[in-house]
Each structure stands twice: as structure tokens, then as C-alpha cells.
Design a protein around this ligand. Structure first.
Ligand SMILES: NC(=O)c1ccc[n+]([C@@H]2O[C@H](COP(=O)([O-])OP(=O)(O)OC[C@H]3O[C@@H](n4cnc5c(N)ncnc54)[C@H](OP(=O)(O)O)[C@@H]3O)[C@@H](O)[C@H]2O)c1
Length: 263
């Protein structure tokens, strides 16, 4: 099926690794033009080089932190100038915070809420005028099943994720008049840099493969394994496609069955 993404321009935040990088790759494979950002220029350059030559003329990278509204604005404008507009936005950049109630400080709460909300609102504010001029505009917010199913050891991230799911619903209603669809993809445990870093920090002596299998069993993942970043990218690309033109205000779980909510 032709997803209708060829020659459309999509901005993906946090595309130098994991889910963002897999999404960039999937979009380039569909013939889209892609602009992506991250904080570390070397990681971005390495990721771009790893994508190979196919589609490189349709890829723009920019260094910026999604918490910095001015930097995000410059990056998004550069994307629109380079490619002649913007048709889609994937708010992906971020990370989770392993904290419980007793070890989370006021600063942890402030930083976590700032990252999660600025990570959606700054790129959206910058891209909105361009999205409003697109014939098929879509926004996908990368979220987590934690939004609906909080984990005590991830208390700040769970609360922030719930807020972002709520915000996504409001945005879908507010932006419908501009023809902009807004949806969420809620992740379970996806095998990316987040987990390789945690495995390294845990220093258990267990191989990464065995550690992952134990983690999946411990968290009750029905499919018994962590997901792959490209399995998330498939859902993101589907929601961005003009073929999903009647889908807005919803969320898709990509979590291997770890979610317990029936809604
Ligand atoms: N993997 C999971 O199991 C899982 C589960 C639920 C939700 N998620 C969410 O999915 C998203 C992608 O995570 P991932 O697992 O793919 O992580 P990852 O491999 O660590 O990639 C994160 C990407 O975001 C960029 N980034 C991080 N903070 C940023 C900031 N403030 N401004 C701009 N770019 C930033 C990183 O580059 P720089 O570090 O160079 O900036 C990198 O490109 C995150 O929002 C994460 O919270 C992941």
C-alpha cells in the first residue's frame, strides 16, 4: 500500500537514536523528507551516516534541545525553508526518570514536567503555522503505557506521561479546525539506548539478552520480549500517513501486551 508520504516533510525530534532514528529511517524509506534534531552533534552525524546514502538529500539534521523554544523555532524554520513546508511532526525526544516518591526532589519534578511538556509544546508551536498550510497534517506524540498504568519507581515520568496523554486529546480537538490530526503512540519496553544504558549502569554481570528476558518476565510483557524500535516506527508512520485521515485524538499501544487497560 502506498502510504502517501512521498515528498511530504516530517519533523522528528530526537532522531539520533532508538525510536526516533527508526522513525527517520522508515520515513525516508517511504520517500518523505525528514528533519531531525538532538542535543549531541556527533551522535546526530553518526546516525545520519548510518542511514546510508539513499535519501540523504531528503534529510536535514539540527542540533537543539527541545526545552529551548528559540532553538526549536530556528530548527523548525530551517526545515520549512529547506523543504518548502512541514506536513508532520513526531514529538519523540526525551527519556524517563527512575525515581520513586521518596527519592524524587522538587527539581526532579520540575525537570521532568518541563522536558515532557516543552518536548511537545515547543516543536508544536514552531511547526503549527506550517502544519496548518499542509493538505495532510499529522502530529504523533511518543508516549508510554505509563500514562495509563503508572509505575511507582517511575513516579515523575508516569505523572508527566499521563499529562501528555491528556494534552494530546486537547490538542486533537483544538487543532482539528486547522486540519491537523494529533495522535499518541504509547510504548511499553522498547530495546533502545535507554535500556542499554540501564543495563550498563546496573552492572549485574548478566548478559544484555538474559537481562532483557528477565526484565520482560518481571514486567509481565505478554510477548515475552522487549520491542524493537522499528516496530514502533511502523505505528508512527501509519498514523502520519494521509491514509489515516479520519484518525485523531487516539492512542495506539506498542507494548507487547504489557498494558492491562482495556481502553
Ligand atoms: N525505550 C523505551 O522503552 C521507552 C518506553 C516508553 C517511552 N519511551 C520514550 O520514547 C522516546 C524515545 O526514547 P528511546 O528509547 O528511543 O531513547 P534513546 O534511544 O535514548 O533516544 C532518545 C533521543 O532523544 C534525543 N533527546 C533526548 N533528550 C533530548 C532533548 N532534551 N532535546 C532534544 N533531543 C533529545 C536523544 O539525543 P541526544 O541525547 O543527543 O539529545 C536521542 O536522539 C522518549 O521520549 C522516551 O521517553 C521510551
Amino acid at each position: 500500500m502506498d502510504l502517501g508520504l512521498a515528498d511530504r516533510t516530517i519533523v522528528v525530534t530526537g532522531g539520533s537514536s532508538g525510536v526516533g532514528l527508526a522513525t527517520v529511517r522508515a520515513l525516508l524509506d517511504e520517500g518523505a523528507r525528514v528533519a531531525t534534531c538532538g542535543r549531541d552533534a556527533d551522535r546526530l552525524a553518526e546516525a545520519a551516516a548510518g542511514l546510508g546514502v539513499a535519501g540523504r538529500d531528503r534529510l536535514l539534521t539540527g542540533v537543539c534541545d527541545v526545552r529551548d523554544a528559540d532553538a526549536v523555532d530556528r530548527f523548525v524554520r530551517a526545515a520549512a525553508d529547506t523543504f518548502g513546508g512541514i506536513d508532520g511532526l513526531v514529538n519523540n525526544a526525551g527519556q524517563s526518570r527512575m525515581k520513586g516518591l521518596d527519592d524524587s526532589t522538587a527539581e526532579d519534578w520540575r525537570d521532568e514536567l518541563e522536558l515532557k511538556f516543552a518536548g511537545v509544546l515547543n516543536p508544536l508551536r514552531a511547526a503549527r503555522p506550517f502544519l496548518a498550510r499542509s493538505a495532510a497534517a499529522g502530529v504523533v506524540n511518543i508516549n508510554a503505557v505509563l500514562a495509563k498504568q503508572p509505575e511507582p519507581r517511575l513516579i515523575t515520568t508516569s505523572a508527566a506521561r499521563a499529562g501528555i496523554l491528556n494534552l494530546s486529546k486537547s490538542l486533537s480537538a483544538e487543532l482539528a479546525a486547522d486540519g491537523i490530526r494529533v495522535n499518541s503512540v504509547c510504548l511499553g519496553l522498547i530495546d533502545t539506548g535507554q535500556w542499554t544504558r540501564r543495563h550498563a549502569a546496573a552492572a549485574t554481570g548478566t548478559s544484555y539478552e538474559d537481562w532483557q528476558a528477565e526484565l520482560a518476565a518481571d514486567r509481565g510483557v505478554a510477548l515475552g520480549r522487549l520491542g524493537r524500535a522499528e516496530e514502533v516506527a511502523y505505528a508512527v508512520v501509519t498514523l502520519l500517513s494521509p491514509r489515516a485521515s479520519y484518525i485523531t485524538g487516539t492512542s495506539i499501544d506498542v507494548c507487547g501486551g504489557v498494558g492491562r487497560s482495556i481502553l
